[in-house]
Design a protein around this ligand. Structure first.
Ligand SMILES: O=C[C@H](O)[C@H](O)[C@H](O)COP(=O)(O)O
Length: 235
């Protein structure tokens, strides 16, 4: 028998813990990525078993929409509702102040809309995502309209960032977002003030949204494996 992949186990456990927080009658923001995928699966399981009922989901991406349909979670759109009760989403980096870098799956623009609207925004990560300072490992994803790619890259270089156009995997050419745009991943030597950098990047003409999320998280659930045992803790 092969040992279970510990990262997969952490993601499953943290996804399950977040899904357990969803109550009957809730409007639920459904995040994107491999960790949230488990939360969506477990929300579907709870619906199917009758443990919860009358849930409606707001997907943050095509991926989330497909998964929600697979697990029979009814969906709605933002023009049909006036609030979101709870959103569950992953992250690529989480700092001690619960600021995030997101967008490893190029979904950060829709995620920011949905996650910021939620009364309760729950982040689900494995312990490998915790950093002392944002940007230590991950580059900041920036969604840009295609005609503005060159000038945006030039401006970002002047700001001290190292921009790289994100290229597709099993697809020739750049990654295209759900909105039909491109993503530039920007590595900064240090990010001293994430909130300021978020605003500076979004002020560049042609930038739609970047993956820095500040002051918006209510709870971070962290999946860990200790002494061979999976556990979930709050940050
Ligand atoms: O664009 C993608 C999202 O921001 C994801 O939530 C993030 O990249 C984390 O994904 P994963 O849980 O697969 O590491």
């Amino acid at each position: 028998m092969t040992a279970a992949d510990p990262v997969k186990v952490m993601k499953q456990e943290v996804g399950k813990a977040a899904a357990a927080l969803v109550q009957s009658g809730s409007i639920v923001g459904l995040g994107t990525g491999s960790t949230t995928a488990y939360a969506i699966e477990y929300i579907g399981d709870r619906l199917k078993s009758g443990e919860i009922k009358d849930i409606v989901g707001v997907p943050t991406s095509f991926q989330a929409e497909v998964l929600a349909k697979q697990y029979s979670i009814p969906l709605t759109t933002l023009d049909a509702i006036d609030h979101i009760d709870i959103a569950i989403d992953g992250a690529d980096e989480v700092d001690p102040q619960k600021n995030l870098i997101k967008g490893g799956g190029a979904a950060h623009t829709r995620e920011k809309v949905v996650d910021y609207l939620a009364d309760r925004f729950i982040v689900v990560v494995d312990s490998g995502k915790l950093v002392d300072r944002l940007g230590s490992v991950f580059a900041v994803p920036v969604e840009v309209i295609p005609m503005a790619i060159s000038p945006v890259m030039q401006i970002i270089e002047k700001l001290g960032g190292k921009p790289e156009l994100r290229m597709g995997v099993k697809k020739a050419g750049p990654v295209i977002t759900d909105q039909g745009n491109m993503v530039i991943d920007v590595k900064f030597a240090t990010i001293d003030e994430p909130g300021n950098l978020e605003k500076t990047l979004n002020n560049i003409p042609g930038v739609l949204e970047n993956g820095i999320f500040v002051n918006c998280v209510d709870l971070v659930l962290v999946g860990e494996v200790k002494d061979g045992q999976p556990l979930v803790r709050e940050l």
